[in-house]
Design a binder for this molecule. Sequence first.
Ligand code: PRP
Length: 222
Amino acid sequence: MDINGKEYLTIAFPKGKLFGLSKELFSRVGYTADGLEEKSRKLIIANEEKKIRFIVAKTADVPTYVEYGAADIGVIGKDVLAEEEKDVYEVLDLGFGKCHLMMAVDKAEKREKLTDYAHTRVATKFPHIAEQFFTKKGMQMEYIKLNGSIELGPLVGLSESIVDIVETGTTLKENNLEEIAHIMDASARLIVNRVSYKLKFDRIYRLVEDLRGTLESGEAKR
Ligand code: PRP
């Protein structure tokens, strides 16, 4: 067996919200494999005939697999990509997984202006993006890194605000939080390892063009 996967094109999909849409989009261009499921206990799922391997990784780890060439290609949200700042090519906006990053506060404790939050604590899964945003505003903040349920921060007195993603707005609404600053828009992106892009150029180029064609024809789900 080719353990390093040189003969194969290895693709990393993130677990969670983007998995199903990634699988669906790739299947439209013939990139499928039996047993490719989000919760599969098998970690590498191969299509021997087409020489494709899929790995299903924790979302924040996808850019790492691609940067080191353990995967040639990955699907990842722009939010995670901006946070991780990995050295990879971002080649295509896949259009799905649309959301935005923002700052929100407890409605009941809302201050008059953004700068009134300077020197307060902000809970976030995205400390780098948050720091870049507040630094541009000339605000020094204390960053508290959380890994999920960020909205809890202001509700239990851990922080005065959060920086997090919003998709439908339901979580903010249900927890009495209000968005007070938009930080960036995000959606799923296709990323490629820099060396793979040269060594496996023909296959990767064809795949990217097929995906682009499918997206432009409007066949893919959004
Ligand atoms: C994300 C995000 C918000 C929520 C926003 O959490 O952190 O909590 O989705 O979506 P909405 O605007 O549609 O309500 P996710 O479900 O990824 O889980 P997490 O709390 O573990 O981060």
